[in-house]
Design a protein around this ligand. Sequence first.
Ligand code: FMN
Length: 434
Amino acid sequence: MADLTTEFLGIKSPNPFWLASAPPTDKEYNVRRAFEAGWGGVVWKTLGSEGPPVVNVNGPRYGAIWGADRRLLGLNNIELITDRSLETNLEEITRVKKDYPDRAVIVSIMVPCEEQAWKDILPRVEATGADGIELNFGCPHGMAERGMGSAVGQVPEYIQMVTEWCKQYYSKPVIVKLTPNITDIRYPARAAKTGGADAVSLINTINSITSVNLDSMAPEPTIGGKGTHGGYCGPAVKPIALNMVAEIARCPQTHGMPISAIGGVTTWKDAAEFIAMGAGNVQVCTAAMTYGFKVVQEMITGLSAWMDEKGHSSIQDFMGSAVPNVTDWQYLDLNYVTKAKISQDDCIKCGRCFAACEDTSHQAIEMSEDRVFTVKDDECVACNLCVNVCPIEGCITMEEVPAGEIDLRTGEVVSADHGDWTTHPNNPSVTAAE
Ligand SMILES: Cc1cc2nc3c(=O)[nH]c(=O)nc-3n(C[C@H](O)[C@H](O)[C@H](O)COP(=O)(O)O)c2cc1C
């Protein structure tokens, strides 16, 4: 059996699945149940300093985007950091860490961008025995307007400054959580590194308005007739997070810096992809909020089964394996040629591929009178749109054909033999017929 144990910044956890700082980790009751369900670690819901209490809205906090089957694809929230007292949270963290020494307990913190505020809170957090801290420089709503959260995360100099304070007043690992609401994620990541951060975690939520109520003419969620932007997360944000993780993993200045990946992790496969892209572990929020704590069991068994199948005995075995294969566009091989292939056995004759290709792409799909759809190899530019719009998974595939040569003036493939694809040995239908 594959060993899922991870040691992230020297912090051991039985598996790479941590709960991200959010409602699932807001209190002792939740965190104990999460650990019983099998989560390897938690980042406690963000603590603020003592002072004016944090007051959340009493109307709806969440908006959402769904797929046609009502599966939740994107979640939007306008929630603030914890609205429970600092003292209560610190007491609970202390008890939980004592009872679960084998799990990772990280404390997320967001206090004003003043040295004294950090100097005050850090020793109290350290006294809980928690394994490390995560600096919430990412929350895009509510706290940002007060000069915290993403207001700090959008200014690399502030990130560096606060990280330096934390390294000065706290002895355990410091993770800097980055906001995706910036132009180039490498700048804040570099600032975190320069400030002495032990790791970065990303992404926090993305600025968003999920919908407008066309009766009240207000953004949703609507609070007394008004709405505001919230933070977007869930499966829909995974591609954005994966790219940002890749950017940090392959940037020469931050390459090798430990990364805790967050954003849309819903299945073991998402986690494996982030780890292959250089992450040391993953954090999960929306999937737990959608399916409950037990979803981690599927993640554990799925990852473990895949690792066994691939012969990976530990997480370390495949961590970062995909990073060398991320490149810039200009280094892509223009002589690599594929063509779309429609399986007539699987085709349900819906015609989506035809409509998409005929109306918006390269007129490379032919429709016969009895609705048989075939690809015109000479016209197919391998854009992959037909594969993506086809409702039957695996019905249309992109098949590699012998290396062509590109005429750089016309952009056309001028390979000697790819045109005769119907009889080429790489063509699966030819192979099957033999
Ligand atoms: C309701 C809600 C509250 C959140 N609160 C916090 C928070 O207090 N601190 C923080 O760092 N991130 C917070 N987040 C962001 C998550 O930790 C995480 O970065 C984000 O949801 C992306 O992960 P996901 O796609 O798995 O949900 C919150 C997210 C949600 C949905």
